[in-house]
Design a protein around this ligand. Structure first.
Ligand code: NDP
Length: 293
């Protein structure tokens, strides 16, 4: 064991699925002593050869180190895995995807068992873990003290973004970003559908599409500024009235191309409702108010 290894925080990791295994490998590669446990023991074995200590049970793994990272399928599997473990005085970092409500309940649950709690939402896929230039990161929320204490260790597999003391905020940020991503994918699906029957190579549309989405993405900053000020007409570039006037062309084009408008129409309907409510001079920001119940 090198001097370097001795100085690094020891980590316990529960869960060696695709994500857990990627996390484990980066901590091992960075010289962190690592104890792992997985429900199906076979998945842990390859990591033994890479230097991990394999615990015989979750309880044994939790007992091995103060810092306990959990990366399991869902909240129910966290409940299963941690049942019968002694969490007193543990620093529990839960990277399992869940809802904000589950994270808040899990924080209370952990506190009741004497543990400090940090929740995480992973904004990366396994191949991005440990590859700094890939740009992956993890949202963290919950105990700020815990985050600061383990910041360096947590930064080994991916970047870290702390979003607040409310344990539910990491999950909320995670879901917010992924929801926006699905909106983007929905738009791209519609775009590809429009050219599907034409003599247009999808691989020639793809770079145009990607560049266009990147060029349009900064509009979210204007949206945020308008939401913060409450003035949705501030800095408007393309008014809602103008944009609604353009929607028949989109719907007709879809019809002419034999493409369903089921992805596009709901958004256009919200734009129309906001216009009818008097938002013609605004940007698209007013749609957000229609969504919030
Ligand atoms: P996998 O399906 O590859 O692994 C799931 C893990 O959970 C396995 O270790 C599995 O154990 C364990 N598990 C499932 N049920 C139980 C249970 N009842 N008790 C104990 N252990 C259980 O998932 P990933 O590793 O890919 O994902 C882990 C977490 O990371 C998820 O919450 C996921 O949403 C999140 N994530 C994943 C991303 C990805 O691209 N993979 C991206 C971002 C977040 P066993 O081996 O015994 O089945």
């Amino acid at each position: 064991m090198t001097q370097n290894t001795v100085e690094k925080t020891s980590v316990t990791l529960l869960g060696l699925g695709a994500m857990g295994t990627a996390l484990a490998r980066t901590w091992l590669a960075a010289g962190h002593p690592l104890t792992v446990w997985n429900r199906t023991p076979g998945r842990a074995m390859p990591l033994a050869a890479e230097g991990a200590n394999i615990a015989g049970s979750a309880a044994e793994a939790v007992a091995a180190n103060t810092l306990v990272v959990v990366c399991l399928l869902d909240d129910a599997s966290v409940e299963d895995a941690l049942a019968g473990t002694d969490l007193a005085d543990r620093d529990l970092v839960n990277l399992t995807t869940g809802t904000p409500a589950q994270a808040r309940a899990r924080a209370t649950w952990a506190r009741e068992r004497g543990a400090r709690y940090l929740d995480g939402g992973i904004m990366a896929v396994p191949p991005m873990i440990g590859v700094q230039e890939a740009g992956g990161y993890v949202f963290y929320s919950g105990s700020r003290e815990l985050f600061e204490r383990h910041r360096e260790t947590l930064a080994v597999p991916a970047g870290t973004v702390y979003v607040g003391q409310d344990a539910g905020f990491a999950a909320l940020h995670d879901v917010a970003l992924l929801s926006a991503m699905y909106g983007m994918f929905a738009g791209a699906a519609h775009a590809f559908a429009l050219i599907r029957k034409e003599d247009i190579d999808p691989t020639s549309l793809a770079p145009l599409l990607a560049d266009w989405l990147v060029a349009m993405a900064p509009a979210v900053h204007r949206t945020a500024a308008q939401l913060r000020s409450g003035d949705y007409t501030r800095g408007v570039v393309s008014s809602l009235a103008m944009q609604v006037a353009g929607t028949p062309a989109f719907l007709s084009t879809a019809e002419q191309q034999g493409v369903s408008t089921e992805l596009l129409s709901p958004y256009f309907e919200l734009m129309r409702r906001r216009l009818d409510g008097g938002g013609g001079e605004e940007d698209l920001t007013g749609v957000i108010d229609l969504l919030v119940r």
